[in-house]
Design a protein around this ligand. Structure first.
Ligand SMILES: [Zn+2]
Length: 280
């Protein structure tokens, strides 16, 4: 049994503010320790359910997606670290995986929840797939679905767990904190969150036959609202992308992997322009 674990940082127990997820902040070293603590808990759960191979992917964009320290990873797993990289591909998530676990996730932009955003908080307002607003949980699960891989577990704040259940009523969830506002929560202590994640990951994988593959109808119609028209100016010349309105681009994806690739490309180009005028 081969398990793929994607890990973000905003949904880790104890994290309530983007500052904590950026290396400039003195608290970052704690947040990164909590992050790998939750990742390792999921790894232990996977192996105790019978996994023979586990891949862990660092999917938090801050610090060049090098938030988990390789020497701290459970020795039985391997780590996808650094940037740019996509979740899928021959060395990553593909049809040879038996399940996807999503750890440290957050709600989509424009909704409540701790540090809610969609891929890039300064660039993206909303992404609609076949007319439905998708957050990162839905997009990762749909990408796994493209390869026939079920999503078995989602962890994050309580509202992220709710968002996941809207898309995937079969998924097991671990709320590790309860949102009080976008930058406040009532949280479990990280070691307690890790214990729960280990137990739930094991349980989810022992009952893998109850998990379903998130299917998306093809071809895939994508619309992406950016935060401003400058992002559209920057990305609308990418082949196949069309300017739908002042701050919206659209295109048709052959399948979810194709759509996901082009979404990442457009966001990358939009961010390169945005960062220039922010002077970053
Ligand atoms: Zn993140």
């Amino acid at each position: 049994m081969k398990i793929f674990i994607a890990v973000d940082m905003e949904g880790i127990a104890g994290v309530v503010n983007s500052m904590q997820t950026s290396p400039k902040d003195p608290d970052y070293r704690f947040a990164r320790a909590w992050m790998i603590g939750e990742a390792n808990a999921a790894v232990r759960g996977a192996f105790s359910a019978g996994a023979t191979e586990v891949i862990v992917s660092d999917n938090h964009g801050g610090n060049g997606s090098r938030n988990m320290l390789a020497h701290e990873l459970d020795g039985r797993a391997t780590l996808m670290t650094g940037s740019p990289k996509s979740l899928d591909g021959p060395l990553g998530l593909d049809a040879s995986c038996d399940a996807l676990l999503l750890v440290g996730m957050h709600t989509r932009n424009g909704t409540s929840g701790v540090i809610s955003h969609t891929v890039h908080g300064l660039v993206v307002d909303e992404i609609r797939i076949n007319g439905v607003a998708f957050g990162e949980v839905g997009m990762k699960a749909a990408l796994a679905g493209h390869y026939g891989v079920p999503t078995a577990l989602v962890t994050g704040d309580d509202l992220t767990c709710d968002e996941a259940l809207e898309f995937m009523p079969w998924v097991d969830t671990v709320p590790v904190k309860w949102a009080l506002s976008r930058n406040a929560a009532r949280t479990l202590p990280p070691p307690v969150a890790a214990e729960l994640i280990e137990e739930k990951a094991r349980n989810a994988l022992e009952n893998l036959e109850s998990k379903e593959v998130l299917q998306t109808d093809t071809p895939i119609s994508v619309e992406m609202d950016f935060m401003n028209s400058g992002c559209v100016d920057a990305s609308a010349n990418i082949p196949r992308l069309e300017r739908v309105s002042d701050r919206t681009i659209g295109f048709t994806g052959e399948d979810f992997a194709d759509a996901s690739n082009l979404i990442s490309t457009a966001i990358g180009v939009a961010w390169s322009v945005t960062r220039a005028w922010l002077g970053r």
